[in-house]
Write a protein that binds this ligand. Structure first.
Ligand code: SF4
Ligand code: SF4
Length: 439
């Protein structure tokens, strides 16, 4: 295992090895697969809006490789290059060598001094371990937001004074704040028998877009019959991307244990969730357990039974349609990058909706280009996030769509904000639309 050798990159690498499409590789071997061909450049959202090599997948790979070799000393440029990556996976999707730039960038990010040290991250992780307290705190914050105290805090410059200037732009994206969280509504959904599905409530659905979770459960019941709520922990993606790998492993282990208990009586039931980002991550759990044979096997079993809600709805499931609802409505699909690029779910939504909507399903240019939401990216890199969103909204406006469908909660928040500030379109999770059209 190689170490970074300069003042910014000082620690040992974190993931033992990467599971790549070209086999298991250590980080240096993985990054060395980049031939610098540049084929990925025009697919990278940050390169498209910034037009600089340091904002491209090729630039990121070369800088990480040189950091590992100890040949790169411009720490500011390295940090800029690494921190501005959206981790959208669009580069890997088109790369002939399937170089996993997003995983490589993440490993480099974990080497940055200060990574995993943010006060906000520590508070979130602590509170996530105390579920009741977390619920109370979040309800209180949502209440403050509803009575416009976040607006007041912004006007008084408090976000700048507290050292979180990006919150000044970020809080405006908090358009929906439910009074009741999803897990409190569906906690009874645990004692069904002969179950076919296990609903995994992702944090975005559980705490913000609760209507998405309700629609998922409605549709799953209609198509598959009985199912249960997993009563799960957070999938661990926040820790994986922004904090500690150990925290992510702990959360993954708890989810694997919960699944194994349900599986004992229901061996054929699949785990299903409705945020493509969390689902894509749960499909990669094994990567975190490469040095623990037993946990690795359990993670492989867990991940192989995880499904994105967009992959369990098939064209043959849509039999009786609510034509009144879809009449004259133009619909377009933003293919959330974590479904399209990371899970290779490229045509699922179109295959289901094309026979129903026919010419009213309008194809969007660059439909799989990231919207700039990318989890906390909208808060950590607000300028890039805004520029990328603007490109997405232009592409949506060309379709003249009344409704724009997405499959990740981060996209719901980001494009939902875009629809309030530029081209107006109703932004909806795909499964909500399916719920409305299925009679
Ligand atoms: S990441 Fe892949 S497509 Fe991009 S420059 Fe490297 S080898 Fe070429
Ligand atoms: S993961 Fe996305 S933002 Fe990062 S280099 Fe690849 S295409 Fe660009």
């Amino acid at each position: 295992m190689r170490n970074y050798r300069n003042e910014l990159y000082t620690h040992n690498l974190h993931l033992k090895e990467l599971i790549t499409k070209n086999g298991v590789k250590d980080i240096y071997d993985a990054v060395s697969q980049c031939t610098r061909c540049g084929y990925c450049l025009e697919n990278c959202p940050t390169y498209l809006v910034g037009k600089k090599e340091t904002l491209s997948p090729r630039g990121r790979n070369q800088i990480v490789r040189m950091l590992i070799e100890g040949k790169y000393t411009d720490v500011n440029t390295a940090k800029y290059t690494i921190d501005t990556c959206l981790l959208c996976g669009a580069c890997t999707d088109v790369c002939y060598g399937k170089v996993q730039t997003e995983d490589i960038v993440l490993e480099a990010r974990r080497e940055e001094q200060g990574h995993n040290n943010s006060l906000i991250y520590k508070i979130i992780i602590y509170l996530k371990g105390e579920k009741k307290l977390f619920d109370i705190c979040l309800k209180f914050l949502f209440f403050l937001h509803r009575i416009k105290l976040s607006y007041l805090a912004d006007k008084l410059g408090l976000f700048y004074l507290l050292g979180y200037p990006s919150l000044s732009k970020g809080y405006k994206k908090l358009i929906k704040t439910p009074k009741k969280f999803l897990h409190t509504e569906i906690k009874h959904l645990t004692d069904e028998t002969d179950i076919k599905w296990i609903y995994f409530a992702t944090c975005g659905t559980d705490y913000l877009f609760t209507n998405v979770g309700r629609s998922s459960i409605n549709v799953l019941k209609k198509i598959y019959g009985n199912g249960v709520f997993m009563n799960n922990e957070c999938c661990g993606l926040i820790s994986y991307n922004y904090g500690s790998l150990d925290d992510a492993r702990k959360l993954a282990t708890k989810n694997i244990e919960l699944y194994e208990k349900i599986k004992a009586a229901n061996p054929d039931a699949f785990i299903v969730g409705d945020c493509s980002s969390c689902i894509a991550f749960m499909k990669t759990y094994p990567q975190m357990f490469m040095d623990d044979e037993n946990m690795y096997k359990r993670a492989v079993d867990f991940s192989s039974n995880v499904r994105d809600i967009i992959e369990v709805v098939k064209p043959e499931h849509i039999k009786n349609i609510n034509f009144d609802y879809i009449k004259d409505k133009k619909v377009t699909i933003h293919h959330s990058c974590k479904a399209y690029n990371n899970q290779d779910l490229k045509t699922n939504e179109d295959d289901v909706l094309k026979p129903v909507l026919k010419e009213n399903l309008i194809e969007m240019n660059e439909s799989n280009l990231c919207c700039g939401g990318a989890g906390a990216y909208a808060f950590s890199e607000p300028e890039f996030s805004a520029a990328i969103l603007s490109r997405k909204m232009t592409n949506i406006s060309i379709t003249q769509a009344d409704i724009t469908l997405v499959s990740a909660t981060s996209c719901l928040m980001q494009i939902g904000y875009g629809s309030k500030t530029s081209y107006h379109t109703e932004v909806m999770h795909y499964i909500e639309f399916i719920d409305r059209i299925m009679v």
